[in-house]
Write a protein that binds this ligand. Sequence first.
Ligand SMILES: [Zn+2]
Ligand SMILES: [Zn+2]
Ligand SMILES: [Zn+2]
Length: 276
Amino acid sequence: MLFQFLGTAAAEGVPALWCCCERCVRSRQIGGRALRTRSQAIVDGALLIDFPSDTLDHLYRNGLDLLNVRDCLVTHTHGDHLYPTDVSMLRAGFSHVPPDYRITFRGSEAVRDALSGVLLQPEREGSAAFEVIRPFEPTAVGRYTVTAYPSIHDPAAGPLFYGISDGERAVLYAHDTGYFRDDVWAYWKETRPRFDLVSLDCTNACLPLTYIGHMGLTENAEVRRRMIDEGYADETTVFVSNHFSHNGIHVVYDDFVPIAAREGFLVSYDGMKIQL
Ligand SMILES: [Zn+2]
Ligand SMILES: [Zn+2]
Ligand SMILES: [Zn+2]
């Protein structure tokens, strides 16, 4: 399994639109891995996770072709994860696609509602579909088994995070979420999953937690310890901190790498590939 981070920022991007804070100014100066676009990832170049407004840029920069993508998991409706206007570019006259092309978006009912205006028009029905995915119900998605988990995040955005397995390797992509809910830990106690890659919400980096529904490095480290203690990960599991806000303390890529390493985490960057 090849997992690739395409965009690794929270809503505003890093550096943020307009922002002249110290982290944004330095990130602009450093460039490269310090520049973060909005959240998206892809498994094996085929299973897309989220569809933000930076999707077009991600495709160009990484040589990806949406015609190879037949499935897209959407975590929630926030704009850094879902931009329905670009989904509507699939309609007749805006994109010319092969007659047998079809992409299925999956997510919560809130995501379905957010996309209903762009997916349900007759001229697009053949090319795009939507299926509601329910928490704790493993679902076949292409050649993968996907399990959705409820997330502690803005309830109005219908937040889910995802476990994705190809039968040999498994990834947990946990965006956006605070510390995991008790029912997630209880489900794992029963089903005993094991993950090879875990990507955790690190919106706050080293900023003490001020907003329920995201995490920083302190909470990432608590999740990691508990996952290892309870057997869902081990020392070979790759843990990645991801989804950063420019408001996070020490969030500039070069600053955060050694700090995160002390807690056993890699730091994501746009384009980062992890071969499992
Ligand atoms: Zn987000
Ligand atoms: Zn800033
Ligand atoms: Zn969000």
